[in-house]
Ligand binder design. Sequence first.
Ligand code: GAL
Length: 372
Amino acid sequence: MTSPSHVPRRTAVAAALALGLGLAGCGQEAEGGSRYRPKGTGSTVGIAMPTKSSERWLADGRHMAREFAARGYRTDLQYGDDRVENQVAQVENMVAKGHRLLVVAAIDGSALTDVLSRAKESGAAVISYDRLVLGTPDVDYYASFDNARVGRLQGRYIADKLRLDAREGERFTIELFAGSPDDNNTTYFWNGALSVLRPYLDRGRLVVRSGQTALNQATTLRWDGGTAQKRMDDLLSKHYGATRLDAVLSPYDGISIGVISALKSVGYGTAGRPYPVVTGQDAELASVKSILAGQQTQTVYKDTRKLARQAVLMGDAVLHGRKPRVNDAKTYHNGARVVPAYLLDPVSVDRRNVRILVEEGYLKAADLGGAL
Ligand code: GAL
């Protein structure tokens, strides 16, 4: 394995010395609260993020750059504009520049095998960020949220909001949306949500009038809101003439916004025809406003500051020849190896607890237009 955390201790110590560190820094915990506050090794960290079109990735990049800088590292932050070839070229470039650590949120989880094998040859460590890089042994650690739990929160929200357990005998309509087929998270979100919804679908309590209940019928390439809007337009016109749609499983706020536009264009969003239950993820500003305006119903809050900090702690530990703390060593098999992971907890947010976003400083009350 490539990461200094996997080399024998003697080698790790030699590596640490070569990096100009005292022995005092070795073998101690990297996580907050440790006695030793590691200084940057002078290395540059390559950070490859998927796109600037979603505010969460902007925040992820900003937070990581800030946290790495605070620990004495330089950073090389790149966005791939959701184009796989851009990201591959950016990571190639980072390897060519000799960066010692790469933190990558993949656009296409399976497209980085070659470039990461070159990263390994050059001795760089690789942290998979939020999305697991697939099909390669050359990824050392994974920092993410509990992605199956994200899906379960969305599914449970729909079941509770429709009061499926209380209203025995009633049937409700639902349509299902999933994320990008090339993002490993998509399957976790989907399986998590369906683990809750499947029993209701099987008993006919939830009815998918389009019949599109397979993951490959529900995916949304690159998580694109416009693509989701078109699919929703189509589903509404073909299957919901006079029939009300009661719920939409949406895995991500950008998709929810597209879904809601389609619903609005056929007359949902009035007192007589309220919006269906629409889930989401990321607590993006536009969606939180939409929740406050009574359009989107729910989102899943994943504090990107915490995720960024976790990735930085992991990276800093690796660069100092220590083993980062992980809390899951079995769930995330990427097709080549089980990648040791640190998973954070997602939080379901709707109108009732939306204040948490302001209280925790994730969004500013002023940005919500005083709607709180
Ligand atoms: C996923 C991520 C979600 C959401 C989505 C679209 O990989 O886990 O939180 O951001 O991408 O960007």
